[in-house]
Design a protein around this ligand. Structure first.
Ligand SMILES: NC(=O)c1ccc[n+]([C@@H]2O[C@H](COP(=O)([O-])OP(=O)(O)OC[C@H]3O[C@@H](n4cnc5c(N)ncnc54)[C@H](OP(=O)(O)O)[C@@H]3O)[C@@H](O)[C@H]2O)c1
Length: 420
């Protein structure tokens, strides 16, 4: 079968997400399968070039995974017409500027969440991409988790009757780094000034997850906290944690049959006593379900126990036993890879891809409004975002960016792709 190569500039692959989820479990896994099948019978074969600031780290990654091309010159990579897609998994505050450069060069752009650190920047990126006519997408991996796919099937089938509420628990203990186990997350996550904070990090997920499984988020109430005020960084230095490491939030969701209340705890300072790191319980008049990353269990109206409060005797009921598992439908695949395949087919064959920058901006908006709710100690409405702009009505900034000037370091210069 004929293969068609597609060059992908991958920025941030020396980091956790870029390396593990995007390079190894997505792009390299797709290559190992012989590429993405296209409607015309060809297979699209990703050809990554790894870009970053540390040549030695990039070379180590490339060597370990049999990749030929690395570069420390992003502008040179962006100047190479053979590399059609720019992917970004760098730290959150770097994303918007990198994407602007890529869009200006006419690259199709795909990136980690959150799309930007402010709604204004996120909407600007959506406008720029639209005006430049490039394909754009944001990672919304949780939608492709097997447990969440099962939950969504239940919701779509009307299984719950009228949905009343959602309660969610996300989190685990992130080690402080001051004894024994090293911290499992990078230190910038705990520094507000470097784009850290669990609200900016996780509410981008909660937005698309709630919007597309249960109902559109219309209001948020959020209380954040910095439970662990001091941590130890990658080099063993103590630092003040200036960002939120937990958030206790309530949301209102709109469904045709009425409002749904959702409560979600997000924490990097909680010890796990549940089946999976993310657990969502949905209760409805006819049934309930508890979904995790892979599994989903249900209990119907007729099977609902009638527990009796009696602390004077040992609990006679095993509540967990009374739930039924939703069967798998097919062999589950990695959620990030599934979304990469969709983006690549969108890029090469024009298939629909709803996870675009406008959707990504909604996640940033929810994080921003949750932070406002915390600061102002009040409920905050989540208004609809302005519709994606018409390609011809985007502000002038798009024009400036689409014709790079040598005096603008953000816009880059033409040149050969470095060390490809
Ligand atoms: N979808 C999800 O479930 C999920 C989960 C976690 C994180 N994320 C998102 O993924 C992104 C990356 O998170 P991570 O945990 O992978 O972070 P990370 O491990 O710290 O990796 C950050 C990457 O950015 C690069 N970088 C950092 N500072 C840079 C600079 N000044 N100039 C150029 N490159 C720089 C790093 O390169 P060096 O190696 O050279 O430092 C590294 O490649 C974040 O936006 C985060 O919100 C998504």
């Amino acid at each position: 079968m004929a293969t068609r190569p597609i060059g992908i500039i991958m920025n941030g692959v020396t980091g956790r997400m870029g390396l593990n989820q995007h390079l190894v479990r997505s792009i390299l896994a797709i290559r190992q399968e012989g590429g993405v099948p296209l409607p015309d019978g060809e297979r699209l074969l990703p050809d990554p070039i790894l870009v970053g600031r540390s040549e030695s780290k990039l070379r180590d990654v490339a060597r370990a995974h049999g990749i030929e091309r690395v570069s420390t010159d992003l502008d040179a990579c962006l100047a190479n017409p053979a590399d059609e897609i720019y992917f970004d998994a760098t730290t959150t505050p770097l994303r918007a500027a990198n994407l602007r450069r890529a869009i200006a060069r006419g690259k199709h752009v795909y990136c980690e969440k959150p799309l930007a650190t402010t709604t204004a920047d996120a909407l600007e990126l959506a406008g720029l991409a639209r005006r430049r006519g490039v394909k754009h997408g944001v990672v919304q991996d949780k939608l492709f988790l097997p447990g969440v796919l099962k939950l969504r099937r239940l919701v779509d089938s009307g299984f719950f009757g009228r949905i009343l509420s959602v309660r969610g628990e996300f989190g685990y203990w992130v080690f402080e780094g001051d004894w024994g186990p090293p911290a499992q997350r990078p230190s910038w996550n705990y520094r507000k000034e470097e784009g850290g904070g669990i609200i900016l990090d996780m509410f981008a997920h909660w937005r698309y997850l709630l919007d597309h499984t249960v109902g559109a988020v219309t209001a948020v109430h959020c209380l954040g906290a910095t439970h662990i005020p001091e941590r130890v960084d990658e080099r063993g230095r103590r630092y003040a944690a200036t960002a939120d490491d937990a958030a206790y939030a309530t949301f209102l969701l709109r469904r045709a049959e009425g409002e749904v209340i959702a409560q979600l705890n997000s924490s990097w300072a909680v010890r796990v006593y549940r089946d999976e790191l993310l657990q969502l319980q949905v209760d409805g008049t006819l049934a309930s379900a508890v979904a995790g990353l892979r599994d989903c269990k249900t209990q119907r109206r007729a099977a609902t126990p009638r527990p009796v409060w009696n602390p004077d005797v040992p609990n006679p009921v095993d509540f967990h036993e009374q739930w039924e598992s939703v069967p798998d439908s097919g062999e589950p695949d990695n959620a990030f890879k599934t979304q990469w395949v969709l983006f690549l087919r969108h890029d090469a064959a024009g298939e629909p891809f709803p996870h675009d920058f406008h959707e990504g901006a909604k996640g940033v908006q929810l994080a921003e409004l949750a932070l406002r709710s915390w600061v102002e100690r009040r409920w905050v409405d989540v208004p609809p975002l302005p519709s994606p702009p018409d390609p011809l009505s985007v502000p002038e900034r798009g024009d400036v960016l689409s014709s790079p000037s040598p005096s603008d370091p953000e816009s880059g210069t033409d040149g050969p792709a470095a060390a490809c």
